[in-house]
Every structure is written in structure tokens, then in C-alpha cells.
Design a protein around this ligand. Structure first.
Ligand code: FE2
Ligand code: FE2
Length: 241
């Protein structure tokens, strides 16, 4: 693989500004503190397991990140059926989030290959996390969305660190995989750095959407800060690879 380091260009600058990791939801009450504590615990686990292997970290964590949207969509769908009411757009938003996270996974799998041990961790983590998150969402959907909001805050920080690794030459700034060029509608000469900027912008948007859902469920006033902009994505995923 060519280990060439490409400089950031102008098209990256807006996204760097837009997705700056400045947003942090101050926890209010037990639900928020539980969500933040749980997130920090998982962060320590991820930091211990992966250290600075950001490509591998992205693959394993994206397999987890794609779970909450599908769980939330399922349980919101069932709740709307039971209560015979409109979902106010939540179900499609959550399904789209799950799809977006799966595309992050498909992108990074084209950049790095997980070890057999990481594949085993993914199998176990999915079983535990799916069941755990499903139960949490049943008990408190507000806490579940706050957990995702905090997960996404951490994801923005992790991808900012990945950018630093690329910029300082520790991770090669290889050409962007074809699937990423298709999905984010990027120019043919896009690089891994451009991809990480797009992924980080997606995570910043998920962060704000999920904190917004949690605040709505907690009947808190809406955030004065608008959601981070969501990059445009291809709607037709077939043929993207
Ligand atoms: Fe992601
Ligand atoms: Fe995310």
C-alpha cells in the first residue's frame, strides 16, 4: 500500500469547523449521570483494548454503534402501534442512523482488517450490547438516547484523534475506498482524511439528534444549539463497493 501523506485541502476546512468537538451535554439528574458514567467506563475499556490503533478501533466500535438506532426504531415502532400515535419522524431517523453507522463499518473494513480476536470480541459484544441496550430502552428510552448522545461525543473525540494521527504521519493518508467515495459523494481523489472528516460529521449529527431525543423525553427545553450539519449521503447503497 502506498504510504503517501496528502495535505488537507480547502474542501475539508468547512467540515473541520462544523464538527469541532465543542458540544457536551451537562448531565442533569440520575439518568444523565448514569449514561455519562456508563459511557466513560466503556471509553476506558476501548482505550485499554485499542490504544492508538484507530482503524481497528473504528471497525469494532462501529459494529456496536450500528445497534442503538435499530433497537430504538424497533421499540419506537412498537410503542407507536400500542399507543396508536404518530412517530413524529423518529423511526426513520433512527433507522437511517443505523444504516449510516453500518456504512461507517463497511468503509473502515476496506481500510483495515480486524484480527481473529477482534472478530470474536465483536460477536460477544453484539450479543451483550444488543440485549443490554434493548432492556435499557424498554426501561428508560430517555437514558438510552442520552447514552447514545454521550457515545457520539466520544466518537467525535476519537475521530479527531484519528485525524491527528493522519496529519502527523503515524497513519498513512491512503486513497479513500470506493464505497466511501460513492456514499459521501466525494471526489475521486478523496483520501482517508476526507473520509474521517465525513464520519466525524455524521457522529456529531447523531450526538445532537440523540441528546435532543433524550431531552424531549425528559421534557427539557430544546437545545439552543442546532444539530451539527449532516453530510449528504447516497440513498442507493448497492454498487457502492
Ligand atoms: Fe459511526
Ligand atoms: Fe455515530
Amino acid at each position: 500500500m502506498v504510504n503517501k501523506i496528502l495535505a488537507p485541502d480547502d474542501r475539508a476546512l468547512d467540515e473541520e469547523k462544523d464538527a469541532e468537538p465543542v458540544i457536551h451535554h451537562e448531565p442533569k439528574g440520575f439518568s444523565d449521570r448514569f449514561a455519562l458514567g456508563f459511557t466513560k467506563l466503556l471509553r476506558v475499556c476501548a482505550d485499554t483494548f485499542f490504544a492508538k490503533r484507530y482503524g481497528h478501533r473504528a471497525i469494532v466500535l462501529e459494529t456496536v454503534a450500528a445497534v442503538p438506532g435499530m433497537v430504538g426504531a424497533t421499540l419506537q415502532h412498537l410503542r407507536c402501534l400500542r399507543e396508536m400515535r404518530d412517530d413524529e419522524g423518529w423511526i426513520r431517523t433512527l433507522m437511517e442512523e443505523a444504516e449510516n453507522e453500518r456504512m461507517h463499518l463497511m468503509t473502515f473494513i476496506a481500510v483495515a482488517q480486524p484480527t481473529w480476536f477482534e472478530r470474536l470480541v465483536v460477536q460477544l459484544a453484539q450479543a451483550v450490547f444488543y440485549i443490554g441496550f434493548f432492556l435499557l430502552y424498554l426501561i428508560s428510552s430517555r437514558t438510552a438516547h442520552r447514552v447514545v448522545g454521550y457515545f457520539e461525543e466520544e466518537a467525535v473525540i476519537s475521530y479527531t484523534l484519528y485525524l491527528k494521527e493522519i496529519d502527523e504521519g503515524r497513519s498513512p493518508n491512503v486513497p479513500a475506498p470506493a464505497i466511501a467515495i460513492h456514499y459521501w459523494k466525494m471526489p475521486a481523489d478523496a483520501t482517508l482524511r476526507d473520509v474521517v472528516l465525513k464520519v466525524r460529521a455524521d457522529e456529531a449529527h447523531h450526538r445532537d439528534v440523540n441528546h435532543g431525543f433524550a431531552s424531549t423525553l425528559a421534557k427539557l427545553p430544546p437545545s439552543p444549539v442546532p444539530s451539527a450539519p449532516y453530510p449528504p449521503h447516497a440513498t442507493e447503497l448497492r454498487g457502492a463497493a
